[in-house]
Structures are given as C-alpha cells and as structure tokens.
Ligand binder design. Structure first.
Ligand code: F6R
Length: 599
C-alpha cells in the first residue's frame, strides 16, 4: 500500500524523505518519488521499482539549510507502475502525494479537462493538484483553496501538498487513510503513514483523526476543527512501535479500523467489487473451491465456506493443511485451490499448495506478505494488506483475511450471476460499513477488562456459535488458549447436546455468540440448555439475555458480517485482558512462533 512522508527542517531533505520511505517499505510498493522545495524552487524525482532506483537518481542532489519535502511509495491502483504515474504529481507550481482512492476522480478530471487542463498520468491523485490550483485562482488564500479542494473529494485519502506560492508550507488532510504528524525540539516537522519513520526523529506525535485538514510551517501547525493532540513518542524502537499500547497485540486490535480500509481500497468500489489480481479468465472452468490453511487462517477459510456457498452458490470444502497433505486427496481440475496464510511461509500450507499445483489445479493465495514462498508459488495471489503483525496471536491478519474472502465470494457471485444486482449492492453497502464497526470501543474494552477477573479459573471454556459464528467461536477459543494457557474449545452451539453438555456445571464457562441477525432463537435455545445445567454463561449479543450471568452488549447491526466483526474484537480483547491478568507475555506466548516453517 502507498506510503507517505513529509519533512520541514534544516537537515538534508532528500535523505530524511528517503530514509522515511525505507521504513514504509513493508507496506509494499512499485514506484517511489519525492519533491523538495527550497527558496521557492521545487525539484522532483521519481523512479519505478525499489527505493534503490530513486537513490541512484538523486545521488547528486542534496540540500543545505531550511526546506520542505514530501515523498511517496506508490502501490499501483489506478494506472500501471510507471514513472508518470508515480507520485508526487505536479500542477503548474504545486506537487501532491496521496494515499487512498479518490472515488469521484473521473467526474473531477472531466470537469478540469473541459477547462483546458491536460493530465500527464492515469492516476486518481493528479486531480488533487489541478483542483487546488483552480481553487487558488478563486479563493483569497491558499489554505481556503486547499480546504475547498478537499471538500470536493469523495473517497479515502491522506494528502500532502506543497506549492511554490507558499514556500515554507505543507498542506495536509486525512480521511480513511492513516497519517501521523510528528515534531521535535529542533523545530523539525515530520509526516508519515505509520510511526515507523518517526521513531528516533520525532519526540511527540499526533495520530490525526479522520476529517483533519490543515497546514504546517516551521512556525505554526494549524488545523481546522479539532486541535491535534500530541503524545510523546518513545525513543526506543520497541516501545515506540507499540504506539502507547501495552502490547503489540493490543495495538494490532486497535489498528484493524485503519488496515481494513487499506484492504478494501480499490477493491470495494462504489457499486462493484474489483480484484486486479484475477479476472474472468482465471475463473473459467472452475466449478468448486477447496480452501486450505492452518490455525487462525483455517478459521478464516471456514468462515468463508458459508459465504461462498451462500453468495456464490459454488460448492466449497475446507481442509486443514497438515491433514490434507496425507489423506491422498482426490483433486479434480475444475477446483480452484485457495490457500490462506498470514506469513506465506507455513510449511504445511506451502506443501499443500505444491500438491495442488502438481495435480494441475489453478491456485490462489490469500496472504499478508508479498514475495513470501506461498505468494511466489501460487498462480495468483491477493494480499490482505494488514501491515506487519508482530503479536504471535493473529488479530488484524484474521480480520483482513475474512474481509478479502467475503469480497471474493461476492466477486464470484457477480461473475457467476448467482445473486441479484440488488443483493450485490446491499452486500457492498454493508462491506463499506465494516471499518466503522472496527473503530475503538473503549467501553467494550473496559467491560472485557472488568470481566476478565471472573474468568481466570474453572475447568474450561466453551465458545459457541452457529453458522459463521461457529468459526468465530473456534477463533475465540484459539485466541484464549494461545495467550492465557487456559483450556478452551470452540463448538457449534447446536452440537453441545451431542456430548460436551456432559461437562456443564458452574465451573464451565460458556462464551455464547448470539447475533441478532442469524439464528438468534436457535442459539438462544442452545444456551438455555447449558444454563439449565448451571454452566456460567457470558453472552455476547446486542440483546440482553436474562439467563446469562454476564453479558457484553454489542451494537445492533443489520448484517451478520457486521456482527461478526464486532464480536471478533470482543473475543480478542477478552482473551488479551485475561492473559494480562494472568501475567502472561501476550505478544510472545510460550511454545509458539509467528511463522511455522516446520511440519
Ligand atoms: C493463531 C495463529 C496461528 C496461525 C497459523 C497459520 O493466532 O496465528 O494459528 O494462523 O500458524 O499461520 P499462517 O497464517 O502464517 O499460515
């Protein structure tokens, strides 16, 4: 995903920008560029490919003394990864970098072209700089012109803009794409898409809220609306990378709002689903799907099996990679073999992928790490764009896997004509709502913290749910096991009476996922059966349930997937708070590794 940096200060501007961009390389990119402004002159450089190419191009360029700069790593969405499409994009006298997607760029471009403006690139971003210069002709001051420009944009953006007409200024705006501003006692100002480039440079940072628009000079930071809240940024990398959170896992749970927007950008469009990684040709001859993965990724696969069958009307089966490898599976070439892996290096999943390839199946990887072994081997791959996940217990990687799979099931539905257009539009509408569901809920976190002290003993936990909430129950149990070392199982709610109910007593903790939009009454009956046998019940539901000992109230939603994502966060927070109370190392639980490269 694109990365943005900005700098105002006395040190060599090019070096600051390129070093910042290097810290954002993990986001993935295919071209890079910078614009440096000093004494009212702007120099801009761009290069396709790795940063090394940009360094080579700028090796004879340096600055001495005060100046301003913006930089960008581009991950192509609109238009190929070429130098012309790389950022910064220029107008007559201004330059812009942008992360996100301007959804109404076609209309804006059409309007500007009619006014005689020529576009050099195929990107959506270029409209911003031309629009700004157009507004600058109309408005009394440049900030008003910038604000007017931003108001005309629909979509998601983090934008930095510099202009010869305001030599010491960077204009900035954020909505839906992350951006952080940092400063230090040397009077330097920094911008970046994540805190990695700011560590060791900025002393305090502000994580901008959606809707922030402002400008900064070496003298002042001005924003419209809410003031920026600055918090200290720790100097050592480890503490600083946690961004004020106690654990990486906690940070990653809270990051889900931002990364989900990244996962969806360019894919969930206004009225369509688009994957540039696959096309109709890729789906030709496919009449069934086999999903294969391990651990949490397996739970994402299992969740999607309900979605593929329900939305795309395509038969699906799901395999645990370590089982699949040795069962002498019967593979037919009308099967699309989808592997799911956060790391892209899991040995069992990789070997399963090799088997499918050898059997001549079409293969697709859903993965978080570009250039990983699984991505390199699969015929096609879709990156989940969750950013680096450091906590061993997977959180944001799971959320983005599920999202990609939901999007994919809708993409299949569209291509196969298995859903009405009206229903597709409805699903898209709810998809667009997911980032909001993932927004910070301090109330829910507080409730999990309080409840955690009651759920530390007992002889086990049963997470129960039906339909897609069954894999979510499996995932909740796995999270708890991994970091609390307490015994937990995930079970289909309707299956409890076929055996496990024998365990029910007051020391058996049942965590009941009770969504209102899917099989509520059925799940309720199953929970009643457990309550009648004295099991201690914690219900997670938008509706109060009088037989529950405890409840965590979720928000009412109109779509099961929205309830799914909200309950997912509750499970993650609950597991983490129990583990913290037990004094465990949440980020590096005993006996576990982040990337399992052995069988
Ligand atoms: C659990 C967890 C593991 C992984 C599993 C597969 O929190 O992270 O269960 O999901 O080891 O790993 P990947 O997704 O990298 O293939």
């Amino acid at each position: 995903m694109c990365g943005i940096v900005g700098y105002i200060g006395e040190r060599d501007i090019k070096n600051r920008l390129i070093e910042g961009l290097r810290e954002l390389e993990y986001r993935g990119y295919d071209s890079a560029g910078i614009a440096v402004m000093q004494d009212g002159r702007i120099e801009s450089f761009k290069a396709v490919g790795k940063l090394l190419n940009l360094e080579e191009k700028t090796k004879n360029f340096s600055t001495d003394g005060h100046g301003v700069g913006i930089g960008h790593t581009r991950w192509a969405t609109h238009g190929k990864p070429t130098e012309l499409n790389a950022h910064p994009h220029m107008g007559e006298y201004s330059y812009v970098v942008h992360n996100g997607i301007i959804e109404n760029y076609r209309e804006i471009k059409g309007m500007l072209e009619k006014e005689g403006i020529t576009f050099l690139s195929q990107t959506d971003t270029e409209v911003i700089v031309h629009l700004f210069e157009k507004e600058a002709e109309r408005e009394d001051d440049l900030f008003s012109a910038f604000k007017a420009t931003i108001e005309l944009l629909d979509g998601a953006y983090a934008v930095l803009l510099v202009t010869k007409k305001a030599p010491d200024t960077i204009f900035f705006a954020r909505k839906g794409s992350p951006m952080i501003i940092g400063r230090n006692s040397r009077g330097e100002i920094f911008f970046a898409s994540s805190d990695a480039p700011l560590i060791g440079e900025a002393e305090e940072v502000s994580y901008m809220k959606d809707g922030t628009v402002g400008f900064v000079t070496s003298e002042t930071i001005h924003t419209e609306g809410d003031e920026l809240q600055f918090v200290p940024l720790a100097g050592d990398k480890m503490t600083a990378q946690k961004g004020g959170y106690r654990f990486f896992m906690e940070k990653e749970i809270y990051e889900q709002y931002d990364v989900m927007s990244d996962t969806m950008i360019g894919r969930v469009l206004d009225r369509d689903i688009h994957f540039e990684e696959i096309d109709e040709e890729f789906l030709k001859g496919i009449s069934r799907i086999k999903l294969c993965a391990c651990g949490t990724s397996y739970h994402a696969a299992l969740t999607s099996s309900y979605l593929f069958e329900r939305l795309s009307k395509i038969p699906v089966n799901v395999e645990i990679a370590s089982e699949f490898r040795y069962k002498e599976p019967l593979l037919t070439d009308d099967t699309l073999f989808i592997v799911i892996s956060q790391s892209g290096e899991t040995a069992d999943t990789l070997e399963a992928l090799k088997m499918a390839k050898e059997a001549g199946l079409k293969t697709l990887a859903i993965c978080n790490v570009d250039n990983s072994s699984i991505v390199r081997l699969a015929d096609a791959s879709i990156l989940t764009r969750a950013g680096i996940e450091k906590g061993v217990a997977s959180t944001k990687a799971f959320a983005t896997q599920v999202m990609v799979l939901w999007m994919l099931s809708l993409y299949f539905a569209k291509k196969r004509g298995s859903l009405s257009e009206e229903r597709i539009q409805e699903e898209i509408k709810y998809m667009n709502y997911v980032p909001k569901v993932l927004q910070k809920s301090l109330e829910v976190h507080e409730k999990c913290k309080r409840l955690s002290k009651r759920y530390l003993h007992g002889h086990g936990f049963f997470f129960i749910g039906r339909d897609i909430f069954f894999p979510l129950a499996l995932e909740g149990a796995l999270k708890l096991k991994e970091i609390s070392y307490l015994h937990a199982e995930g079970y289909p709610a309707g299956e409890m009476k076929h055996g496990p109910i024998a365990l029910a007593d007051a020391e058996l903790f049942t965590i009941a996922l009770m969504p209102k939009t899917l099989l509520y009454d059925k799940t309720k009956s199953n929970v009643e059966e457990l309550s009648a046998r004295d099991s201690t019940i914690l219900s997670i539901s938008p509706e109060m349930f009088d037989l529950a000992d405890d409840f965590i109230l979720t928000h009412p939603h109109n779509h099961p997937m929205l309830e799914f994502f909200e309950m997912m966060i509750v499970e993650q927070l609950l597991a983490m708070e129990i583990a913290i109370r037990l004094g465990n190392d949440v980020d590096m639980p005993r006996n576990l590794a982040k990337s399992v490269t052995v069988e």
